[in-house]
Ligand binder design. Structure first.
Ligand code: ADP
Length: 881
């Protein structure tokens, strides 16, 4: 009994499910583990049919499997469950179980019941399942991998391969079962003898690697091997990248060989290498030194040309060695350029001398450009240096030729200037004397003779002027003025000037204007006149019958600017078509014989063309040989207004003179006489110095109001004399010096003024111009005198002594107003003068200033300014009252 109880207790506590049935399969006992697995309590289950509580099905089909009770009773011995059997618990959960059903026999060996012992193996089943799955996956990977895989044993016999391996080697093992590796891949040596037995097999990298892995147990990765194979009767040399992985198959050490065919990649690399070599060979053969410098400022490449140039191996130029070949004087320049460019990663060029194999230094132009690597980052410079020695020499030669040409041109200009001076000086004298003599009492015959002489001198002057103009144009010194002028007056003057000549040749000379041309335009009237004079002069020269017409047409209009079309038509000899192109060139004339007949320099049209173009126009000709020519030119001109008249010049001769003390410095005797005669009846006193030394002596002793200074004189020229005079004055005094010169090319007005002169007069000197200068300085001197006397007056006037100064000032203002109403300008001047003095005595500075302005305006007869100042003086008077 005691034994029986112990058995039940043991069965109850056991970890596996235990169920006991009677011989009919009715449950008599169920332990706790069985309760948990079936989810039936023993109380309910006991007495129930075992198959109801222990419901088992095939997990795959879901069909009920044979009852283990029945199987055990049938077999009369212990039985297990079928594979894939699962227990369905009371709540419907499927559980993998393993069970053992054994019949219970009594002492007579009769079956009295069945004991079923079972356990949950779901977890084990799951692990099994996973393992299986994993194996399958590995197999799939193995089978489907694009990498060729083979497993070889210790004898390097292939045990297993995947399809990629077969495809890669293309051998299909040669039909051998478990071939050696060499035969498996179709190694050429294996066709000679069995794999591993041929002579070359001793060197086989594949075999070596497999053995190494077998020995070390460590994998060997990325072994790159080129194999020589025989595939389908053809020799091939694929490149493989192979991983050798140690594996254990059924406890035996084997090696898995994973092969990646990198033949394509290798070919690409080879192609890249070839391309690199190709371009490198181009660089090597480049007919200039090519070099590269890295971020470390070290030269990492130089091509072969280096050796050809310097005669030393490339290695000597690398890593900064090249610097030793640069001319010592050029090193710092080359370095500075490099570092400056390097900082900003800019391209740069530098010229420097490099030592040639001949020993001499030759000039090279080094052109460096920033170098960017494949990733696009700055990686130093790539540079090209080529020999420019010959080019430099050619440039030098060219420079020399240019200099020679320029100096020849300078010499020509110099010659022209000198010639103009030499001709103009006597001409100046001739014209001066002629003019003066013409002003005297003469009988008609003498007068006519002198007039002809004067016209000859005028013609000569015109030629000189043409040559001068031409020289100025060549030197780019001709300036175009823009002033208001009357176009009708200009044309009439030109016609008038030529009408005598036309009349002499019995030619008609007419002019016409199209409608709508404004009277006043803005432009350079002198230069327009010069072109017209040229064209009409030529027309008269080359016409024997008929006449000349000057026509001015309004060509086009844009806002306030016009384009005028001038044309000069004649009925003269005309010009052949073939000659027209040459016409506007310098010194060009149609026919030498005509030149002789008609004279001329061949400069007129060239000057006219340049002038027209400088004024923004164009010039051309239409002509027919034997029928006549028409010269056209256009000019863009702006609408102008009535020009301010320079009447002072005109009236000068009539005006009373203020006597001045004049010094003339002039070496030419004729010019001295002309000058003297021009001023003879003007009341001035004049002294003459024939050279610089004399002039300086005189100036030391005497004081002059004005000095007229010739520029070109022997020994000491006018410029030097002027500078010495200025030195003597020491900045405290300043005598006005007027440059008088025929030296018109060099003697630009601005130059003379910048050299300490105050005025400039060109020779041949015009009387009006001379008087205008004298008058201007006389006035200045008078104004200075007034100022001086004013200062003196201020000292004596005592405001305390005056009874009613304000009253007196008022009276003067009223008198001044009255004089203005009656247009009595001298009275205004007088009143203003008084007013100025009174204002000074009461220290009314502004009133004094306005009075003085009116006084000066009155002296200039400048009514406009007087009218403008009058209200101001009244306002100021009210302010101080
Ligand atoms: P020149 O001082 O010799 O007249 P130009 O330059 O004024 O120099 O003229 C050059 C040449 O053009 C003249 O020598 C002449 O052959 C030709 N020519 C100029 N104007 C006329 C014209 N109206 N009729 C015929 N030939 C002309």
């Amino acid at each position: 009994m005691m034994n029986e109880l112990n058995t039940i207790e043991v069965l109850t506590c056991i970890g596996e499910g235990v169920t006991i049935t009677d011989s009919e399969g009715v449950i008599t006992f169920m332990n706790a583990a069985a309760e948990e697995l079936t989810e039936w309590s023993s109380r309910t289950a006991i007495g129930m049919d075992f198959d109801k509580v222990f419901s088992v099905v095939n997990v795959n089909t879901g069909e009920a499997v044979e009852s283990p009770i029945a199987m055990a009773l049938d077999a009369g011995t212990a039985v297990g469950l079928h594979n894939h059997t699962v227990l369905i618990s009371r709540s419907g959960i499927k559980k993998f179980i393993s069970a053992n059903c054994s019949p219970i026999r009594n002492s007579e060996q009769n079956v009295t019941g069945i004991i079923i012992i079972f356990r949950d193996i779901t977890r084990i089943k799951m692990i099994e399942e996973e393992l299986c799955q994993e194996r399958n996956n590995l197999k799939i990977h193995f089978e489907s991998s694009p990498l060729g895989m083979a497993i070889v044993d210790r004898n390097i016999v292939i045990k297993q391969v995947n399809p990629a391996f077969v495809k890669m080697t293309g051998s299909g093992y040669g039909g051998i079962f478990e071939p050696r590796l060499g035969s498996g891949i179709g190694c050429l040596n294996s066709f000679e003898k069995r794999c591993g037995e041929a002579e070359k097999c001793a060197l086989c990298d594949l075999r070596k690697s497999v053995r190494q892995v077998l020995q070390s147990g460590e994998p060997l990765n990325d072994v790159i091997i080129q194999q020589t194979l025989m595939v389908n009767g053809k020799i091939q040399k694929p490149w493989y990248k192979i991983n050798f992985v140690p594996v254990a198959v059924f406890g035996e050490k084997q090696v898995m060989i994973v092969i990646d065919d990198i033949t394509g990649q290798k070919r690409n690399e080879e192609n890249v290498q070839k391309a690199r070599d190709y371009y490198l060979s181009i660089l090597e053969c480049f007919p200039a030194i090519v070099w590269r410098i890295g971020l470390d400022n070290q030269c990492s490449y130089i091509n072969r040309q280096w050796t050809e140039f310097t005669g030393v191996p490339v290695e000597k130029g690398l890593q900064g060695g090249w610097i030793n070949f640069i001319h010592p004087e050029d090193i710092s320049k080359a370095r500075a350029k490099y570092y400056e460019a390097f900082r900003e990663r800019k391209p740069y060029n530098v010229e420097m001398r490099l030592q040639h194999l001949s020993g001499e230094y030759r000039w090279v132009l080094n052109m460096s450009r920033p170098f960017y690597n494949m990733e696009g980052s700055f990686d130093g410079y790539i540079a090209l240096a080529f020999d420019i020695t010959d080019q430099k020499a050619a440039e030098k030669q060219l420079e020399k030729t240019k200099e020679t040409a320029e100096s020849a041109n300078r010499a020509k200009s110099e010659f022209l200037a000198n010639m103009s001076h030499e001709i103009r000086t006597p001409l100046n004298g001739m014209l001066g004397m002629l003019n003066l003599t013409l002003m005297s009492d003469l009988d008609n015959r003498h007068r006519d003779n002198l007039k002809i002489a004067k016209s000859c001198a005028d013609s000569l002057l015109k030629i000189i002027n043409d040559i001068l103009d031409f020289s100025k144009m060549e030197a780019g010194k001709l300036i175009i003025d823009n002033e208001d002028f009357n176009i009708f007056r200009l044309v009439e003057d030109v016609i008038k000037a030529h009408s005598f000549q036309a009349c002499e040749k019995s030619l008609s000379l007419d002019y016409q204007f199209s409608a709508g041309i404004p009277t006043y335009l803005i432009g350079d009237s002198i230069r327009i006149k010069q072109i017209l004079d040229n064209l009409i002069g030529n027309a008269l020269k080359f016409t024997e019958d008929g006449g000349i017409i000057l026509s001015v047409k309004k060509h086009s209009k844009k806002l306030d600017s016009f384009e005028l079309l001038f044309s000069v038509s004649d009925t003269g000899i005309g010009i052949a078509k073939s000659e027209i192109d040459r016409l506007f060139r310098c010194f060009s004339q149609v026919d030498g014989s005509i030149t002789r007949k008609f004279g001329g320099t061949g400069l007129g049209l060239a000057i006219s063309k340049q002038l027209a173009e400088m004024m923004g126009g164009t010039i051309w000709v239409e002509s027919k040989k034997g029928e006549g020519s028409t010269f056209f030119f256009t000019l863009p001109l702006k609408v102008g207004q009535v020009p301010v008249k320079k009447e002072v010049d005109q009236n000068l001769v009539k005006k009373p003179n203020i006597p001045l003390k004049i010094l003339l410095v002039e070496d030419d005797k004729v010019n001295q006489i002309v000058f003297q005669q021009m001023l003879s009846d003007k009341g001035h006193t004049m002294q003459i110095a024939s050279n610089g030394k004399e002039a300086l002596e005189i100036i030391k002793k005497e004081k002059f109001d004005i000095i007229f200074m010739d520029i070109q004189m022997p020994e000491m020229d006018g410029i030097e004399i002027t500078q010495r005079i200025r030195q003597m004055e020491g900045g405290t005094k300043h005598v006005p010096i007027v440059a008088v010169t025929a030296y018109a090319l060099k003697g630009d007005k601005e130059r003379f003024l910048s050299l300490g002169m105050d005025e400039y007069l060109a020779k041949p000197m015009q009387m009006e111009a001379l008087f205008s200068v004298l008058d201007r300085y006389a006035k200045k001197i008078k104004e200075m005198d007034i100022l001086n006397s004013l200062q003196a007056d201020e000292k004596v006037m005592n405001p305390m002594e005056t009874i009613d100064l304000h009253e007196r000032i008022g009276q003067h203002i009223r008198s001044m107003k009255k004089a203005l109403d009656n247009n009595e300008i001298p009275t205004i001047e007088k009143e203003a003068n008084m007013l100025k003095k009174l204002a000074a005595s009461i220290q009314a500075d502004e009133l004094k200033r306005i009075a003085f302005t009116i006084e000066l305006a009155a002296r200039r007869e400048d009514l406009k300014s007087i009218i403008r100042e009058m209200p101001r003086i009244r306002n100021e008077f009210e302010n101080i009252s």
